[in-house]
Design a binder for this molecule. Structure first.
Ligand code: SF4
Length: 234
């Protein structure tokens, strides 16, 4: 049993309520969507096959491996991902999974913290959001909107109204699309509408603004991948 892996690296968590913590990232190859602003296109196809024991061995080589994030691409695009998640959890790690919200998030172990990225209109992929996932979300999960326009904001606002009331609004993250929407303007809208959601900035882009996405923040990368001296958590 193997998964196609784009990269494994150690960096600072840049997105989510875990932002700022050291984390090992496992980026899986492949995605079922093609967002207009996607900056991980290199993960659509590039990668190499690794068995789960090989992946676990790579994770263990990092000193702060207590926190692991599975990202992509789209992690649930690969059938073996739930098994990888389970084995990481069984080792006592905290496991985050960034998912684009178009595939069934209940396929993963209930101990996994899902960070569900609901696609707004400017992604051109909003028609692919699976509305049933709002019923599958658990209080420990997080919901994220990347907002690039006012139309995106209105879409996010209307979607928030459909999130079950017991899901904490402080775990709903509104993130301005980098370079498209000013964080100040998004903050103003959030305050005006009294949504109770969290303004969220991509920490790694503040720390390493001049590095290309792939490789930002990494101290060490897996041999065999052509990463060069670059840095990037997600
Ligand atoms: S879901 Fe993520 S990886 Fe897939 S196309 Fe959209 S931004 Fe890119």
């Amino acid at each position: 049993m193997s998964l196609r892996i784009n990269e494994i690296f150690y960096s600072i968590q840049g997105e989510s309520l875990y932002a700022g913590l050291p984390c090992v990232f496992i980026r899986l190859t492949g995605c079922n969507l093609r967002c207009a602003y996607c900056d991980t296109r290199y993960a659509y196809h590039e990668g190499m096959d690794m068995t789960i024991p090989e992946i676990l061995g790579q994770v263990e080589s990092h000193p702060a491996a207590a926190l692991v994030e599975i990202t992509g691409g789209e992690p649930l695009f690969q059938q073996e991902t739930p098994d990888l998640v389970k084995q990481l959890l069984d080792q006592g790690r905290t496991v985050l999974m960034e998912t684009n919200g178009s595939l069934d998030i209940s396929l993963t172990d209930s101990r996994c913290i899902r960070i569900m990225d609901i696609k707004c209109p400017s992604s051109l992929m909003d028609a692919h959001n699976d509305p049933d996932n709002l019923g599958r979300i658990r209080p420990d999960d997080q919901i994220k909107f990347i907002i690039g326009t006012q139309a995106d904001y209105v879409y996010a606002l209307n979607t928030v109204k459909q999130i079950p009331p017991d899901f904490p609004r402080s775990s709903v993250l509104f993130s301005p699309a980098f370079g498209s929407l000013s964080p100040g303007l998004l903050a103003t809208w959030i305050l005006q509408d009294g949504l109770g959601v969290r303004l969220h900035l991509q920490l790694h882009k503040l720390i390493w603004p001049n590095y290309p996405r792939k490789g930002r923040g990494s101290l060490e990368r897996r041999p065999g991948f052509n990463h060069g001296d670059r840095h990037c958590p997600k």
